[in-house]
Write a protein that binds this ligand. Structure first.
Ligand code: AMP
Ligand code: MG
Length: 504
């Protein structure tokens, strides 16, 4: 498909261009356009087939409902069962603007637009291009963010072009957006008004109008199994291609930690990106450093965050470290997006409460291959640190030396395990400041069944995010070599994580 690209100036909207774009929408086609929050990918919300095209262009899961955009208050009553009084109050204060409200839908709204739900999300944007386009397109435009699902939301037309060129009919370039984060979503359909997605309109602002407002727990707690009420919030979102880690703590310590992490990555020949603020920018020593704005001006941080995440995709960095932001006010929406982008990987630096490990135990079945390999590698890499590294087996009938092929691979990599003998894991090996890393899930279960009180028991894969390696037992020397290489990668990731967490 050929995507036409037109430019419209919000301060002097060219109505003939709007008419042309509106006609496309009425014909059931897709038009991306600017709103004050992010760029939206528009389709006629009352036309099920048109809405379906949005899902395929974005690669969006079909149970993730679309927000219907309107330009006039009277349009609302025609697509919902009722308008609660609280909605009227919120609309008087915040519409047109970055607030989405959930209503019971009526039969005019197809299930294809609401992801099968009986409710519909509605917003009235303040951007003038958006308003005129909505009217020209029939009054009801479904418009999720105009990005490929999972990528950071687009805050300028070039981002839309990057993701959707050739997949949609038109892109309207109206310049960079003014807010840069998606709308706040509030649900008024059940009892206490509840924020389903934080945004520019903060909890405090809503409470001025409504009194007490709740926040959907699922969007605050990283450990929670609760399903978010806004179906879209459960998906990995806003994600840059590189692994993103947020470093949280006192500002000077965060800078020092990020500098250390960047240096460590560089020593491995990797490129690290840093997301920081104007205040700390001069203190960074290496890596690709980008500022999102001043801590005094949260609005500028909100506005630049997604563009910086996209820039790191273009720069093809291997990992990104970000400073964290205060949670009240707009900071809550910023942190919500950042936490999702980081898949909740946060390193908390607390100079007081860090508990250092005194022992790492690698657990395998026989304690003759992967266990001693991991032990030898870790000892080598942590030389000089005060930490005990041992390996233990779960089925050791009598002490055995390391497997011969495993030993050959280790010797060729300069690591000797002279005098090594396998030993059964016992209670005496354990303690509070001890980390236990098993090869398999089953071994982890066995350890926890035998020692239910034991904390910090993980599989190596889960602790490091690395892939498992096949057991080379009975194979060629080369199989042992591959196993060794994979265990070395895991050990590197383990050390990196432990040092980030300041536990070694
Ligand atoms: P986007 O338009 O890409 O910013 O995503 C729209 C967001 O609104 C997603 O998180 C949806 O899950 C949410 N949403 C849309 N309709 C509803 C609804 N009826 N109930 C709850 N959440 C909704
Ligand atoms: Mg989106």
């Amino acid at each position: 498909m050929n995507t036409s690209y037109i430019t419209i100036n919000e301060a002097a909207v060219d109505d003939s261009k709007i008419e042309a774009a509106g006609t496309l929408l009425k014909e059931g086609r897709l038009v991306a356009f600017p709103t004050e929050t992010v760029y939206g990918l528009g389709a006629n919300a009352l036309d099920e087939e048109a809405a379906a095209k949005i899902y395929s262009a974005k690669g969006r899961p079909s149970d993730n409902p679309l927000i219907v955009h309107i330009a006039d208050w009277d349009a609302l009553g025609l697509i919902v069962k009722e308008i609660p009084p609280q909605a009227r109050l919120l609309a008087d204060r915040f519409w047109p603007g970055p607030l989405t409200m959930i209503f019971q839908k009526n039969e005019r709204v197809p299930y294809g637009t609401t992801g099968g739900l009986e409710t519909v999300a509605v917003r009235m944007p303040s951007n003038r291009i958006a308003q005129k386009l909505i009217r020209a397109g029939g009054g009801y435009i479904a418009a999720p963010s105009a990005n490929t699902s999972g990528r950071p939301s687009p805050t300028q037309a070039s981002h839309v072009l990057d993701d959707l060129d050739g997949k949609i009919d038109m892109i309207i370039d109206g310049g960079p957006v003014s807010i840069g984060l998606e709308s706040t979503i509030v649900d008024l359909s059940e009892g206490v008004p509840t924020i389903l997605r934080p945004g520019y309109i903060t909890k405090e602002m809503l409470e001025e109008v409504l009194g007490h407002v709740e926040v959907d727990q699922a969007i605050i707690r990283s450990d929670s199994d609760i399903v978010p009420k806004a179906p879209g919030m459960k998906y990995k979102h806003y994600a840059p291609k590189a692994d993103l880690v947020i470093v949280e703590g006192k500002s000077s310590m965060v800078v020092a930690k990020i500098n250390e992490l960047v240096q460590m990555k560089q020593a491995h020949g990797l490129r690290a990106g840093v997301i920081c603020t104007e205040e700390s920018f001069p203190s960074y020593e290496g890596g690709v450093v980008r500022t999102v704005g001043s801590r005094q001006d949260e609005e500028s941080i909100a506005k630049h965050l997604f563009a910086v995440l996209r820039e790191f995709d273009d720069l093809e960095v291997d990992c990104i470290y970000s400073e964290s932001f205060e949670a009240p006010g707009l900071g809550q929406a910023i942190m919500n997006r950042l936490l999702k982008a980081a898949a909740h990987q946060v390193v908390k630096i607390d100079h007081k409460g860090v508990s250092k490990l005194n022992r790492i135990i690698f657990v395998s079945n026989s304690g003759t291959i992967s266990g001693p390999m991991a032990e030898g590698l870790t000892k080598e890499k942590l030389k000089g640190k005060e930490i005990d590294v041992i390996s233990r087996g779960l089925v050791v009938l009598f002490p055995e030396p390391i497997n011969q092929k495993a030993e050959a691979v280790m010797i060729s990599n300069g690591i000797r395990m002279d005098g090594y003998r396998s030993a059964q894991l016992t209670k005496e090996d354990l303690g509070d400041a001890c980390l236990i890393l098993t090869r398999t899930e089953k071994q982890k279960k066995t350890v926890l069944e035998a020692y239910p009180e034991q904390k910090q028991v993980y599989t190596l894969c889960e602790f490091t995010g690395e892939e498992d390696t096949p057991n080379p037992y009975g194979g060629e020397l080369a199989d042992y070599g591959r196993c060794f290489e994979q265990i070395e990668r895991m050990v590197d990731r383990m050390i990196e994580r432990l040092s980030m967490e300041r536990s070694i």
